[in-house]
Design a protein around this ligand. Structure first.
Ligand code: SF4
Length: 228
């Protein structure tokens, strides 16, 4: 596995936990608003961070940090993800995984082995619009099936999880959010978040001058929907 980034401290990325964040390199999507081009585009990959140094840091912080967030890129692309998490778990850290949901087989394995404590899964758009948001135009139906499989796995599991949707006003509107709600059904928590300006895969999404949706207003009356 390639590790493209490591953040030593966060109070906002793992609910109710002080965490460190480990960023894996590589993704099977190309979301135009992605803020991590250096983890997604091979020509921009950063040099790898030594995993031994990360483990030394985590050993040193036992008792001071509660958990580790594993994000990307897309962490589930890496076959050795369970091994990595097992090593982290041996230090008694809670583990949160961020995923785009395209690898239900890996999620199933992690759930079976009880290696994750919290999963945040993207549900990026209504199915008919998914290709616009994930930047994949060919053969993306395969991904849609996988995302739906992962969603069912989470809903039927006992794990704490959230579904999250980044609302890029260039692509999604109010009707799309309502359509997403119908598609995902009754999930534990569904977070809506506005697209932030910054370094993005597609420069057209860099300066977010399009009018943002009022997500708080939109979420009124929607069960289990929260706004970040
Ligand atoms: S935002 Fe999209 S392209 Fe970026 S890491 Fe997540 S799934 Fe991959």
């Amino acid at each position: 596995m390639r590790i493209g980034g490591f953040q030593k401290f966060s109070m906002s990325d793992f609910p109710d936990k002080i965490s460190a964040i480990l960023f894996t390199t590589g993704c099977n999507f190309r979301c135009p608003y992605c803020h991590n081009p250096e983890l997604v585009l091979p020509e921009k990959y950063r040099s790898d961070i030594n995993i031994g140094e990360i483990f030394s840091f985590l050993e040193d912080r036992i008792g001071k940090l509660d958990g580790v967030v594993i994000t990307g890129g897309e962490p589930t692309l890496h076959d050795d993800l369970p091994d990595l998490i097992e090593n982290i778990k041996e230090m008694n850290y809670a583990v949160k995984l961020d995923t785009n949901g395209t690898n239900p087989e890996m999620i199933y394995e992690l759930l079976q082995k009880e290696l994750v404590d919290y999963i945040a899964m993207d549900y990026k758009a209504p199915l008919e619009k998914y290709s616009q948001v994930c930047g994949i135009n060919n053969d993306y139906n395969h991904y849609l099936e996988k995302i739906q499989e992962t969603l069912i796995l989470l809903i039927t599991s006992n794990i704490d999880y959230e579904i999250r949707t980044t609302v890029a006003p260039q692509i999604l509107d109010k009707n799309d959010i309502q359509q997403i709600r119908e598609e995902i059904g009754q999930v534990k928590k569904h977070y809506l978040q506005n697209l932030e300006s910054g370094n993005t895969l597609d420069p057209q999404f860099c300066n977010n001058s399009s009018e943002k949706l009022d997500l708080k207003k939109l979420a009124v009356g929607m069960r289990n929907v929260y706004v970040r």
